[in-house]
Ligand binder design. Structure first.
Ligand SMILES: [Fe+2]
Length: 226
């Protein structure tokens, strides 16, 4: 049996259709000559043949002239990646608790947790971009964050509100202790920008959130089950 012509790969996806359509405007001559409009296909899995990454995680490059030597930038990048991994973890802990919270304070905590989640999200971006400014590589993916963070892993299960509050306060304290240590190191090394970030962004926000969350710690249960 005669087979269908083998050439003409099925370039029917939306990604291919758009450039082909626009190409007809600029290739009137070739269309008039009877040749097909060029089709563009994405090349997937290029990473398997790539020679080396642009920059290895854990290194610093000299791209930006910001007046800080390599040793100083390397120390700050290492410290900031620790703060970043912990901040990403705390951010996600807030969202977990936002979804799973129960009890008479449900509505307040549900809203408060989401507000803190948004604020921690903004902080994540600030820390990550500082790492890039210093010539480093910001940790990003959940797998790597899980390996790096010093905040204990919570269970997948739903927990009581007081346990949620306790977990959040513990996480904040881990970050705050590190922020104090890293701010001092940045001050001593002359990295004023990182010192300012650790104090003005990380410390201020975490201290404020600790206050709001701590006010939900009570000695007396609001309701009894017996
Ligand atoms: Fe929500």
């Amino acid at each position: 049996m005669a087979k269908a012509p083998a050439k003409k790969p099925a370039a029917t996806s939306g990604a291919a259709a758009t450039p082909a359509k626009s190409a007809t405007r600029t290739s009137t001559a070739s269309a008039a000559a009877g040749s097909a409009a060029p089709s563009v296909q994405p090349v997937l899995n290029q990473q398997f043949n790539a020679p080396t990454p642009l920059q290895k995680y854990g290194t610093v490059s000299q791209r930006l002239p910001i007046g800080l030597d390599e040793k100083t930038r390397q120390q700050s990048v290492n410290n900031l990646n620790q703060l970043l991994a912990d901040t990403i973890t705390l951010r996600d802990l807030y969202k977990k608790h936002h979804w799973q919270v129960v009890g008479p304070t449900f509505y307040q905590l549900h809203l408060l947790y989401d507000k803190h989640y948004e604020e921690q999200s903004a902080l994540v971006d600030t820390i990550a971009e500082r790492i890039q400014i210093l010539g480093g590589v910001a940790v990003a993916m959940a797998h790597d964050v899980a390996e790096l963070t010093s905040i204990p892993r919570p269970p997948r299960d739903r927990e009581e509100a007081p346990i949620q509050v306790g977990r959040l306060l513990e996480a904040h304290q881990i970050i705050l202790k590190n922020a104090h240590k890293f701010a001092k190191e940045a001050d001593e090394s002359g990295d004023d920008g990182t010192n300012d970030l650790a104090v003005s962004d990380v410390m201020r926000l975490n201290e404020l959130q600790v206050w709001f969350v701590s006010e939900h710690v009570v000695d007396t249960p609001l309701a009894r089950t017996e």
